[in-house]
Design a protein around this ligand. Structure first.
Ligand SMILES: CC(C)(COP(=O)(O)OP(=O)(O)OC[C@H]1O[C@@H](n2cnc3c(N)ncnc32)[C@H](O)[C@@H]1OP(=O)(O)O)[C@@H](O)C(=O)NCCC(=O)NCCS
Length: 308
């Protein structure tokens, strides 16, 4: 979408050929900083309503946390953001990471007052078009398995479920592990090489952003080289040469961070799931990794983010 343009939702139906009834006054427009307070509210409340309904704890601790996350994505060049408006009212938003070989979708949220009126579908079609326009063939997302609306919507748009993911809470390690330390900018080449080897795609730009903004990112050194890294929490990801590296990193992260943290475990990575459970990680909920475009299964050991 061209910055500053307001496009009728109907005009935006092109790439995937769906003929859909549309809410009359809905328009799509680029997300800008003035939208942050209201989009943060919509995002927080849409997830809270869904998660309360299914009696799961909410991922976003408060409206402020939602505003911080949305604010980061609107202000950083690594993300594309689109909002839907009905009249003058903001009805929802969607985001896409656009800084790598994979475009990660989300968070997508539609105000509950406007749900079920095809706005979610339009917000999805718009970010899929954005990825295509940028030449990014791999588009991925993570959805909550109890969310029957989103899994149906994404599957109808062509996304395929690849892996079940357990969102897990690691216990804090009882003592320091000298092999685990915060990553520093000079680690970037080594982290990227490890990621390419295990994940089969580069997440270099994302890692560089984590290092730049001071997002938690830990590395484990063994035999004089980095054998694993992890950015804990739903926005982070990690790779490791062994399950033991992953366990050590997650438990040290839990020890070093002020708040309880999480890590995603692909449940078909059976040795990793068993290793996490054996170390007394708790499973909080199940989610699904869904993809469109080429997909190369990562090699063990990988821990995805809420994007992919
Ligand atoms: C998920 C969400 C963004 C969807 O937005 P929306 O505007 O309500 O969705 P739409 O009306 O565009 O589309 C919903 C589609 O799901 C379909 N759907 C809904 N429930 C379904 C079910 N149980 N089985 C099959 N299809 C279902 C609808 O029929 C519709 O498809 P259609 O357009 O082919 O008819 C919105 O519900 C939301 O914000 N939820 C809370 C936050 C959230 O869950 N975000 C997604 C995180 S993965």
């Amino acid at each position: 979408m061209v910055a500053g343009s307001r496009i009728q939702l109907r005009d935006n139906i092109h790439a995937y050929g769906h003929a859909i009834p549309l809410p009359k006054a809905a328009t799509l427009t680029p997300a800008v900083p003035e939208h942050i307070p209201e989009l943060g509210r919509i995002c927080y409340e849409a997830f809270k309503e869904l998660q309360d309904r299914h009696r799961f704890p909410t991922d976003l601790a408060s409206v402020q946390v939602a505003r911080q996350a949305i604010g980061l994505m609107i202000s950083r060049p690594e993300f594309y953001g689109v909002v839907a408006k009905v009249g003058d009212e903001l009805a929802g938003s969607n985001f896409l990471s656009i800084d790598g070989e994979v475009a990660g979708v989300g968070p997508i949220t539609v105000d509950s007052a406007f749900q079920g009126r095809d706005i979610g579908r339009q917000l999805m079609l718009d970010v899929m078009r954005e990825a295509r326009d940028r030449g990014i063939a791999r588009v991925r997302l993570v959805q909550e398995s109890f969310n029957v609306t989103s899994i149906s919507l994404y599957a109808a748009l062509g996304f395929e479920t690849r892996h079940g993911l357990a969102l897990m809470h690691p216990p804090a390690a009882a003592s320091e592990d000298p092999s685990v330390r915060p990553a520093v900018p000079s680690d970037l080449d080594a982290l990227d090489a490890l990621c390419r080897r295990i994940y089969k795609v580069s997440r270099r730009s994302e890692l560089a952003m984590f290092l730049e903004i001071g997002f938690p990112l830990f590395a484990r050194a063994r035999d004089g080289r980095i054998a694993a890294y992890l950015s804990p929490g739903i926005f982070g990801h990690g790779v490791a040469e062994t399950e033991e590296d992953a366990v050590a990193l997650a438990m040290q992260a839990a020890r070093l961070l002020p708040e309880p943290t999480t890590v995603f475990c692909p449940v078909d990575e059976h040795p990793l799931f068993r290793a996490f459970l054996g170390a007394k990680f708790r499973t909080l909920k199940m989610m699904n990794l869904m993809t469109i475009g080429p997909y190369e299964v990562p090699e063990r050991v990988w821990m995805p983010s809420i994007l992919y």
